[in-house]
Design a protein around this ligand. Sequence first.
Ligand code: PMV
Length: 326
Amino acid sequence: MSVAATTARANVNLALVKYWGKRDPALNLPATGSISITLGGLSVETEVDFNGSGPDRFEIEGAEAVGDEARRLATFLDLVRREAGIQERARVSTRATVPRGIGLASSAATFAALALAATRAAGLTLPPPALSLLARRGSGSAARSVYGGFVEWHRGARQDGADSLAEPLAPPDHWDIRVVVAITDTAPKGVSSRVGMARAASSPLFPAWVEGAEADLAEARTSIRKRDLEALGLLAEHSALKMHAVGLGARPPLLYWRGATIECMHRVWALRQEGTQAFFSIDAGPQVKVLCAPEDAIRVMEALGTVPGVQRVLTCALGGGAELVR
Ligand code: PMV
């Protein structure tokens, strides 16, 4: 039994303690826990309609998705169909306010929005923890985009993954912080996070990465509770640099940075020398995301905007969790 077409929206998130490496690739079970902030305004909106026969059809920004992308989405819908006990194929159409595939975590928003829209369209009303478990199957980081504000995704210990879900640590209004994003390259990324994570496991630095995770998570929870920007920012930088160091040690090596990425890091360190609290994070791509206080966002934007190679700078506040639009 399917219901009417349903639309949901979800925001991207930025991990301050990164998820990098899986203990089970098929179920997207992470090697470590992670902590993120959900970013307002960088979102994906998805409409799902289980309307009948034929193959599932996916439209992304008005163009039909084919190949691997379509297969990944169809595999996810199979999970929803199984849970709802329906057979109908779906029409899915997706629009984003965030550029895709360039390391701005659009897959997190995509699968969080799809999990909510598809379950409702299939006649299911899942509570957020169940939605987080489901969204994780599409893209690990999507487990966190189900919630707004400050979010922790637990590694979990069970083999079936039933305890590997996200949970809110604090709502967006707990602490008003900003993230300035410097876009250094808009070409689609060369190595997906799925391939990157598989490669990371070959790095001799990977065991050290896993070993440090619990301490990083504890430190992040404390600095979020205390609203300590310097402690949280320094930790976020440390987590991102460690994640990328794991990649450098992999075989074959993995390097997501471009020249401008490195120049942005130096600019952030220079800002700190001048007394502005700014701290960077970098995901599986060349963009640089900088954490700062609201009153410093313009200064940080101006500083990053003049780094040679930076194409665009945008800023966001914290945002809410996945929600139904219609
Ligand atoms: O959820 P995925 O498979 O797109 O992986 C996300 C990986 C990072 O963005 C690099 C880190 C993270 O925790 O979001």
